[in-house]
Write a new protein. Structure first.
Lengths: 250, 227
């Protein structure tokens, strides 16, 4: 496996590989998110208790899932940065963190919009809301640390240490907050095939979740390719890619 | 390296750090004064009635403790970084996590332990019912080592930046949340007359876990910063 993975530690190879993936990821994301969201928002039956306002879950749940999923990815990448010091992984930190932060924000925002008619308040100091908010702060911290250093390698390593410290803390924060105060409903989808939801609502939700997975991956791939180009701009292949003339004579 | 010399190494680092810190006493005293002043501001801001003050006392004291821990964080590595001592420590064959542990220990002795001693004064100023005093001190006693260790991680990450203050609070304050929750809940239980032993034991467990893992994170952070 290492023999196969090794070439992609180099910027150019990784750039090309991601270039092959990019149209597939983007296309799948576009199709699945459109189908899932349109089906969910327009055609799925209304909830007998919550009426139409439950429909926010077709955006809320997938974004919350991949807000956490992206943090897991960030932590794995951070581990790779610290152990193998692969440069592509360092750039991936800068690619994953903003996507995760935005997903976290979307889940918080949609949650607030849903909470106003349902709970009667925009914000409640409930366990899941609070731990999601803290997740947002962790993302912001990783990003702030990454860009605080003039040298991007130092910044990436420092941000990686913080991301790993954060990942040990995430379960502790989660359970402490949970124990502190909880209003949020329990998980509806516990296991696949064993849910409390009718399939007419479940299917669009699953499609939307899959779509958000590809969307997250596609956005990360876009950002990572840009980051690789930006960092490798002094190299001939990157200049050729952008069609820039090499006028430094290097 | 055998156990004996590890122990000697630890005590040497701690004695040196203590000597350096005590030579500049204002750096040690100022964060403590900060806590007392913050505590004094609250009665002026929310009114001196004992029911409000007593309700918020634990929270105010703990938040002041968190902030003062950030204020005192510069002392941990800044001077050593500027005069090159830190580089020598990183380059030395001695295990860096052990040295980091010693530094965390001294930081706690000079910033955490005095807070435990100051707690009754703050509790009195904020009219915390006397039933909660013992538990408040206990939570500070087991909680402040966590503060020192986590602050050391943040300080290690930002030491080469120079202007790390606001950044440091952004990094560290979210990580302090469990500490705040358990400490406040413990004192709350004590005030209600029920047992606070569960929260105190949880905090103790968190402290042991943090003291076990944090030195390695501090060492990694210092290696990155000194590079």
């Amino acid at each position: 496996m290492w023999k196969w993975l090794h070439p992609y530690a180099k910027g150019e190879a990784a750039y090309r590989l991601l270039g092959h993936w990019q149209p597939w990821l983007s296309g799948l994301a576009l199709i699945l998110v459109s189908v899932g969201v349109i089906w969910g928002l327009l055609y799925a039956p209304a909830d007998y208790q919550q009426g139409d306002s439950y429909r926010i879950i077709f955006i809320h749940v997938p974004s919350a899932m991949f807000a956490m999923g992206a943090y897991t990815g960030l932590a794995i990448t951070a581990f790779i940065v610290l152990v193998w010091q692969i440069r592509t992984a360092e750039w991936a930190i800068a690619a994953i963190a903003p996507v995760g932060a935005v997903l976290t924000f979307i889940s918080l925002f949609t949650g607030a919009v849903w909470g106003k008619p349902m709970w009667g308040t925009w914000w409640e100091w409930d366990a899941r809301l609070t731990s999601q908010l803290i997740l947002f702060f962790l993302y912001v911290g990783v990003l702030a640390l990454y860009y605080a250093f003039n040298d991007s390698r130092t910044g990436a390593k420092a941000a990686s240490i913080l991301a790993l410290v954060g990942v040990i803390n995430v379960p502790i924060i989660h359970f402490s907050v949970y124990w502190w105060n909880s209003l949020h409903q329990g998980a509806t989808i516990t296991r696949f095939g064993d849910t409390l939801m009718p399939s007419s609502m479940k299917m669009p939700l699953y499609i939307s979740i899959l779509g958000f997975m590809f969307l997250t991956a596609a956005l990360i791939v876009y950002r990572l390719r840009n980051e690789i180009l930006k960092q490798e701009l002094h190299r001939p292949w990157a200049m050729a890619q952008l069609g820039v003339e090499n006028d430094h004579g290097v | 390296m055998n156990n004996m010399s590890m122990w000697r190494l630890l005590t040497t680092v701690m004695r040196r750090d203590l000597a350096v810190a005590l030579r500049r006493r204002s750096d040690v005293v100022n964060p403590l004064l900060f806590v007392v002043i913050v505590v004094t501001l609250f009665p002026l801001a929310v009114g001196p009635g004992p029911d409000i003050l007593g309700r918020i006392a634990t929270g105010v004291i703990w938040v002041a403790a968190l902030l003062s821990s950030l204020l005192g964080s510069e002392r941990l590595f800044r001077d050593d970084f500027l005069d090159g001592t830190l580089e020598q420590l990183v380059l030395s064959p001695a295990p860096l996590p052990l040295l980091a542990f010693g530094k965390v220990g001294v930081h706690w002795l000079l910033s955490g332990l005095p807070l435990v001693v100051l707690a009754p004064l703050c509790a009195m100023l904020l009219k915390l019912p006397i039933a909660g005093w013992g538990t408040l001190m206990l939570t500070l006693l087991v909680g402040t080592p966590i503060l020192s260790a986590m602050t050391a991680i943040g300080a290690g990450l930002t030491v080469s930046l120079g202007r790390g203050g606001a950044l440091l609070s952004l990094l560290l304050l979210p990580l302090f949340i469990p500490l705040l929750i358990f400490a406040a809940a413990a004192v709350e239980n004590a005030l209600l007359g029920t047992s606070a032993i569960g929260q105190v034991l949880l905090l103790t467990g968190l402290m042991l876990l943090t003291l076990l893992l944090a030195p390695f994170a501090v060492a990694a952070a210092l290696r990155v910063s000194v590079n």
